[in-house]
Design a protein. Structure first.
Length: 185
């Protein structure tokens, strides 16, 4: 399904965490500039992929098509609580089958978490947008990718053939930036 462009989006603390020890994204990791960047990016995507605990919670969220990873269904099923969502069990259906079920065959697919969902696409990302909040620490938090904090998110992305581009400042007062990690070649 080469007509799909796969992009990941995450903001992490200085220690590579995307949530606190209770698996909740704390307010200390929310920044207006990053939220605006994220929301604008999702408005341009054709499909959002996430786990059952990840959700962007924005005004346009209910309008967006999405795949929600779950083990509660054998393969694919309509989400009874959201007409724009498909429940997807990767053990029972391929990503291409899930995209077909959601009616998406081209355009950008945004992967928004959690860690295992991000990891599923490490070898498929065209771009992984890594936002960083260098003054926030979340000891004992939930890492953005399996293998963090033993390895940095950057080291993991590089190990999967992604190369960093030019960072963009999203919130100068808190030094929050986003770096596009793109597939080499």
């Amino acid at each position: 399904m080469s007509a799909l462009r796969i992009e990941g989006y995450v903001i992490v603390s200085a220690d590579g965490m995307l949530a606190n020890a209770k698996h909740v994204m704390p307010d200390s990791l929310r920044f207006k500039g990053d939220q605006e960047f994220f929301n604008a990016a999702l408005d341009r995507t054709g499909l959002i992929v996430h786990g059952r605990h990840s959700f962007e919670g924005q005004p346009n969220s209910p309008k967006r098509k999405r795949l929600i990873l779950t083990s509660k269904t054998a393969a694919l099923a309509a989400d009874p609580s959201n007409p724009n969502a498909v429940l997807w069990n990767p053990a029972g259906a391929t990503f291409d089958e899930a995209c077909d079920c959601a009616g998406v065959r081209s355009g950008t697919v945004a992967i928004i978490g959690g860690p295992e969902v991000f990891a599923m696409f490490l070898d498929r990302y065209d771009t992984f947008w890594l936002s960083q909040a260098p003054h926030v620490r979340l000891p004992g938090g939930q890492p953005c990718l399996p293998g963090v904090p033993e390895r940095s998110p950057q080291a993991i992305l590089a190990a999967h053939g992604l190369k960093p581009g030019e960072p963009q400042i999203l919130d100068a007062s808190h030094d929050v930036s986003v770096t596009p990690w793109r597939r080499a070649g």
